[in-house]
Each structure stands twice: as C-alpha cells, then as structure tokens.
Ligand binder design. Sequence first.
Ligand SMILES: Nc1nc2c(c(=O)[nH]1)N[C@@H](CN(C=O)c1ccc(C(=O)N[C@@H](CCC(=O)O)C(=O)O)cc1)CN2
Length: 279
Amino acid sequence: MAIILDGKTIAKKLEAELAAYSRIREIRLDVILVGDNLASATYVRNKHRAAERVGMQSVIHTLPVHTKSEEIEQLIEELNSNEEVDGILLQLPLPEQLNSEKLLDSIHPMKDVDVFHPENAGLAYLGRPRIWPCTPSGILRLLHEHEIDIVGKHAVVVGRSNIVGKPMAALLQHANATVTVCHRMTKRLQDFTRQADILVVAAGSPGLIGKDDIKPGAVVIDVGSEFVNGKLTGDVRFAEVEPIASAITPVPGGVGPLTIASLLSNTVRLASLRRGWAN
Ligand SMILES: Nc1nc2c(c(=O)[nH]1)N[C@@H](CN(C=O)c1ccc(C(=O)N[C@@H](CCC(=O)O)C(=O)O)cc1)CN2
C-alpha cells in the first residue's frame, strides 16, 4: 500500500502561509484567458478563487477566440508597465492563430509567474532561479512535505514540455537527484521507468504507465489530467500501480491543486523581488 500524496492538503497549508503574507502586502495577479476552452476557463476560475482565498487581488482578462495578437500584446504591455501588477499569466493553450512563444516572451520577466520568459528559464536552468515553474515547484513541495528524500535518487521524467518536463528535470537535478528524461521518441520506455526511484509522468497520455513499468517501492508522480469518457484521467493506472509504489499522487487531488498554490507563491516571490520587500 502506497502513501497517497494528497495535493489538496499541502495546497491548503501553502495557501495559509501565503494568506499570512498577503495580509501585510497588497499583491495583484492578472490572468489572460483567450478563447472558449472549457478546461482553461475552469483552471482560470480556480486560480481566481485561490487568489481570493489568500487575500490576493486577482484580475481576469477574458478575450474572444479570434482576438488578434496585437491586442493581446497591447494588453500585456499595459500590464507590464502597471506598477500595481505583480504577476501576469497567459493561460495555455492559446487559439491556434496565435503565436504563444512571441506572446509569452513579451511578458516582463519580473512579472512572469510561469517562468516561460527565456531570461527566467535561463536563470533557473543555470541554477540561479528567481522562481521555478508552478507544476514542478508544487511537486517538489509535495515531496518535501512528505519527507521524501531526493538527493542521489534516480528520478525519471517522462515528457519534455516547456511547462513541466524540462523544468521538472532541471529542478530535480538542482535538488541533487540523478535525472533521466524520456519522451515520445524514447525506445523501450519501460527500461527507463523501471529504474526510477522517483517517476514523474507528464506525457499527456492517459493510462500510459502500469504496474509493469515501475520498480516496486518507487515514488510515482502523475501530472497527467485528460478527460476520458468524461472522467479526469492521469497518465498512471492508479489502481494497478498503487499497491506496488511506496507513494503516489492521485488524479484529481494530487499535482493539480499544488500547481495553483505554487502560482500564488510565485506571484508573492516576484512581487517581493520587484518591489524590494524582504521575503
Ligand atoms: N499559463 C499556464 N497555462 C497552463 C498551465 C500553467 O501552469 N500555466 N498548466 C495547465 C493547466 N493548469 C493550470 O493552468 C492546471 C491544471 C489542473 C489543475 C487542477 O487543479 N486540477 C485538478 C482537477 C480539476 C478538475 O476537476 O478539472 C486536480 O488535478 O485535482 C490546476 C491547474 C495548462 N495550462
């Protein structure tokens, strides 16, 4: 029987810490949502509610699906130069006519709560992070809160996205794990996943990992969250893997809530750095 790594409880704890901070400082997060992707709308609403719970000001800019790039650039420019705005988040995915890279690059690095700007990503990958991206940072917090040792452990990350896989690998390495990154072109994936002491699966492939893919006693972190037949489904077959893992995240209720709590934490951190507050 594995320990269930309960993200909701840890997220509440993190929110309580942030609420204590927000009581003494005014902090503002602006989220831009373009289009009518239902899942994105839910995530943005959840971010707004979480910000309100901790006493942070949250402003959502909802734009129609056919919004032109120039309009979004102009909005980002206004938010960049608004002294009251501490964090700017452009919710992904964007409608296909928009160039995500160009728009993300236009967010001021000191307000880039997602760590997508090359300056912030570069600093993080050089081991000099301002902040770490929300999902990897939440996962580290989850491991830390459960006193799961990372140093010298073999961590295998499945997936190499800019949002999770790449920064997750960098953060685990920063935390002194030995890291292997696998992706969709990896041959004989199981040969790698079976070596993992800590397995992070962020492949966006529901049910990819089963009991034969893990080493008994492994810590298994499931970042997957796709709707399959109306049910939120992870990349790991939980019922199969749970009996042989030592610890495992559920979907829902694992990594997701911590992604949002980490976003608030990143906003506080960037506000502190930009405004010169002690943190
Ligand atoms: N600009 C960004 N866009 C996106 C990010 C991101 O970090 N920055 N991540 C994902 C989506 N995401 C946050 O935006 C996110 C996904 C899932 C959850 C979450 O709490 N999931 C719950 C289940 C919620 C449900 O019932 O649907 C859970 O796992 O328990 C939070 C945030 C893509 N875009």
